[in-house]
Design a protein around this ligand. Structure first.
Ligand code: F6P
Length: 328
């Protein structure tokens, strides 16, 4: 029989994302509702290793639902990758009698959680929180919708000035290994080309497409580039390449950077954070472990870590096609 869960720990790990605070709030409030003690660990796995924690009750999470960032702070812990680091974390959990953990983060967070849970038999549930939206087992991760809206807003502004000066802008968005932000924001903002890590569209095609745009009477253009695009050139190198080969273009570069990770979460992100985390607490109380929660077809579902991590998540070919058609 599964051990009774009296105390649940929660942490946020990896790159922060808007809506993580709404998630922490939902964990703390659901714990209060079910009369379970809730402990927050600071800086993800690092806080578990160092025993850096606080008690979270229903009132300690007031007024955070609308705030970006994470009150528990976030980090990518190198030490947790070592057996020694994980041992220290398990010892701290034992010391303060934490029976189970809710891990809010991306696939790196889930991988760590899976190993930890197998080594120390501590039930963990993963909650997908990353602006990248690159986790299998869910259509949406917490923070992605907010980041998309931030990106769209920035591109719209850049388009105004691009159009006034008849310029071509290369705009770099986040996504080292995943092109979801670039592809969706690119279509949403009406970009002429979108370069992503999953598809090598090739430099020739980029030049061809830009030449075609000029011929068709477009005076300004936007190319959205994911930071890890497959062409293998960074956004500045791409801009130089186009300037050399298409001297008619007045080329500029904007790197949106970490502004994409901040800001007040959208209603959508707050809502999925709330739904995911109530479910995560209930799963642990029902004796479940080593699973992640996610949203598929607008239903909160669970996927085993093993299955989810193996599957990977592929980008939408349909969106690529739509982008091609609409950039005519
Ligand atoms: O995983 C989220 C993310 O924002 C990626 O899109 C980006 O590549 C990376 O984190 C940046 O990480 P850091 O904040 O450590 O530079």
């Amino acid at each position: 029989m599964a051990k009774e869960i009296k105390t649940i720990g929660v942490m946020t790990s990896g790159g922060d994302s808007p809506g993580m605070n709404a998630a922490i709030r939902a964990v703390a409030r659901a714990c209060a509702y079910y009369n379970v003690k809730c402990i927050g660990f600071y800086r993800g796995y690092q806080g578990m290793i160092e025993g850096d924690h606080c008690v979270l009750n229903a009132r300690s999470v007031r007024n955070i639902i609308s705030r970006g960032g994470t009150i528990l702070k976030s980090a990518r812990s190198e030490e947790f990758r070592t057996a020694e680091g994980r041992k220290k974390a398990a010892e701290h959990l034992k010391e303060i009698e934490v029976d189970a953990m809710i891990l809010i983060g991306g696939d790196g967070t889930f991988k760590g959680g899976q190993i930890f849970s197998e080594e120390y038999d501590i039930p963990v549930i993963g909650v997908p929180g990353t602006i990248d939206n690159d986790i299998a087992g869910t259509d949406y991760t917490i923070g992605y919708d907010t980041a998309l809206n931030t990106v769209i807003d920035a591109i719209d502004k850049i388009r105004d000035t691009a159009s006034s000066h008849d310029r071509l802008f290369f705009i770099e968005v986040m996504g080292r290994d995943a092109g979801f932000i670039a592809l969706n924001a690119g279509v949403g903002a009406g970009a002429e080309e979108i370069l992503i890590p999953e598809e090598d569209l090739g430099l020739d095609r980029l030049l061809e497409s830009l030449k075609r745009s000029k011929r068709s009477g477009k005076a300004s253009s936007i190319v959205v580039v994911s930071e890890g695009d497959k062409i293998g050139k960074n956004v500045y190198e791409l801009a130089d390449y186009v300037t050399e080969n298409l001297p008619d273009y007045d080329v500029k570069v904007t790197v949106l950077g970490h502004m994409q990770r901040g800001g007040s979460p959208t209603c959508f992100d707050r809502t999925i954070a709330s739904r995911f985390c109530v479910k995560a607490v209930e799963l642990l109380l029902d004796g479940e472990k080593n699973k992640m929660v996610g949203l598929l077809k607008n239903k909160v579902v669970t996927t085993g870590f093993e299955e989810g991590l193996k599957a990977g998540r592929s980008i939408s070919k349909e969106l690529l096609r739509i982008s091609d058609i609409l950039s005519t």
